[in-house]
Design a protein around this ligand. Structure first.
Ligand code: SAM
Length: 194
């Protein structure tokens, strides 16, 4: 069942994993439908052939991406949590457009190359940048910049604005939004690779 709100079972898997490893998840529950709607609002779906998503969790956002994505587009997801990788593989095994990788977001360039894909048109990330190790954060941000095509978008949602300064250093101007109807209220950042 693909809807913009996680099912009870998915929410339970999510919460259980938060208590096991709060730093890896950074959130107790999946993103709300309000946040997802705002995040995906300005995506130019017709121009997107390669979409990458970091930290899909139980696939709450991925489900909405695949609904809107072109039939010939691909969604490459990067997830480091074993349980979530299992949930994601199970959830999307019928959709050949979706590749679920048990790898860190920092591997984005290598992974795209291995899949024979040139560059990504859009990347989305809700991984906990503000509590990650500095070197890991820098690796994800720099490799994402390198993996995007010129004009490609990087959409980031976070519970604090801490990552903004790093985004500005790497991408230049950042457009910031806010979604109060999420637990916790979320900041959204939209960067474009020039
Ligand atoms: C706040 S949760 C977001 C889950 C989901 N996208 C949502 O919005 O409901 C953060 C996710 O990032 C994953 N994660 C953390 N560090 C990561 C990394 N370096 N690479 C890929 N995924 C990562 C966690 O396992 C978790 O699934």
């Amino acid at each position: 069942m693909d809807k913009a709100t996680a099912t009870d079972g998915q929410a339970l898997v999510f919460a259980r994993n938060f208590f096991k490893n709060p730093k890896m998840l950074g959130s107790l529950i999946p993103s709300s439908r309000f946040l997802i709607k705002q995040l995906l609002r300005d995506v130019k779906w017709n121009d997107v052939r390669v979409f990458v998503e970091y930290g899909p969790g139980v696939g709450t956002i991925s489900g909405e991406i695949v609904k809107r994505m072109r039939p010939d587009a691909k969604l490459i997801v990067f997830e480091i949590n074993d349980d979530f990788v299992r949930v994601m593989k199970n959830r999307f095994h019928n959709d050949p457009r979706v590749h679920v990788l048990h790898r860190s977001a920092a591997d984005v360039q290598d992974a795209l190359r291995e899949l024979g894909l040139e560059k990504a048109d859009c990347a989305i990330a809700g991984i906990p940048f503000s509590i990650m190790k500095e070197e890991d954060r820098q690796a994800v941000l720099r490799n994402t910049h390198a993996a995007l095509r010129p004009g490609g978008s990087f959409l980031v949602y976070q519970f604090s604005s801490r990552v903004r300064a790093d985004l500005e250093k790497i991408f230049g101007p950042v457009h910031q939004g806010f979604e109060p109807l999420n637990i916790l209220p979320a900041r959204l950042f939209h960067c474009v690779k020039v």
